[in-house]
Design a protein around this ligand. Structure first.
Ligand code: ADE
Length: 235
């Protein structure tokens, strides 16, 4: 079973971009996931292929038209869960990524450009809105790619080492513990020598686990008091 994403975008050349490389790219070649691009411009009816118009009530920018977007949407055989990438949406987190990747139904991502989308289209077709953070991008395409990346790496068989996904930042409500590799002793360009913590070289697995847990907890408490509060509540 392949995870399928329909992408409504006025800029098809922006895909697959980073998703054609590395882990996601290999998974795409294997058929672990797939995508279809739908360009609303292909559904415009005038000779200039117009997809937008000025906003009612005045103001800056242009708004994507509901009638054209609807034709583009209806051309999709199984749209599944419909998502509009927008800074107004629910903020993407690991739990939401897991939820989106788990589902066998396809998802349809609507990438906005210009000022926005006619609200009637979003309402008529029950779009969920998802944001990738509290800042504004010039379009939804990078946001769609980030959402897809977060999901694709969770698909069965995509990550080489299946255990890794459970231990990383956010999967257990904590930030991830620090990592070290050889050389065990390293002198930097300021002539400072840095030594890998002894416990990690002790070969004592239970102590390593304990140390990593403590590091993850301390780091979370320090950097993300919001996550720390939730973590404590849930235990
Ligand atoms: N489009 C523009 N800004 C965005 C954001 N922060 N998240 C999702 N889509 C967006």
């Amino acid at each position: 079973m392949s995870w399928h994403v329909n992408i409504l975008t006025l800029f098809p050349e922006m895909f697959p971009s980073m998703l054609g490389q590395s882990l996601a790219g290999k998974a795409l070649e294997r058929g672990d996931w797939s995508y279809t691009i739908i360009n609303p411009r292909d559904f415009a009816e005038d000779k200039h292929k117009t997809v937008d118009d000025t906003p009612f009530g005045g103001g800056a920018g242009m708004v994507l038209r509901a009638d054209i977007l609807e034709k583009a949407l209806l051309s999709i055989k199984s749209p599944g869960r419909k998502i509009y990438l927008s800074p107004r949406g629910q903020v993407l987190n690991q739990q939401l990524a897991v939820n989106l990747a788990e589902r066998s139904e396809p998802i349809t991502l609507l990438c906005g450009r210009y000022e926005g989308i006619d609200q009637r289209f979003l309402d008529a077709h029950d779009f969920e809105e998802i944001s990738i953070g509290d800042y504004v991008l010039s379009g939804g395409e990078p946001a769609a790619q980030i959402l897809m990346d977060a999901c694709i790496r969770l698909l069965p068989g995509v990550m080489g080492n299946d255990e890794t996904a459970g231990e990383e930042s956010h999967s257990d409500g904590l930030l991830e513990y620090p990592h070290y590799t050889r050389p065990a002793e390293w002198t930097d360009c300021y002539n400072q020598t840095h030594i890998v913590p002894d416990v990690l070289r002790s070969g004592h697995h239970a102590n390593v686990e304990k140390w990593r847990k403590k590091q993850a907890e301390d780091l979370t408490q320090l950097r993300r008091p919001d996550m720390w509060e939730n973590y404590k509540k849930e235990r």
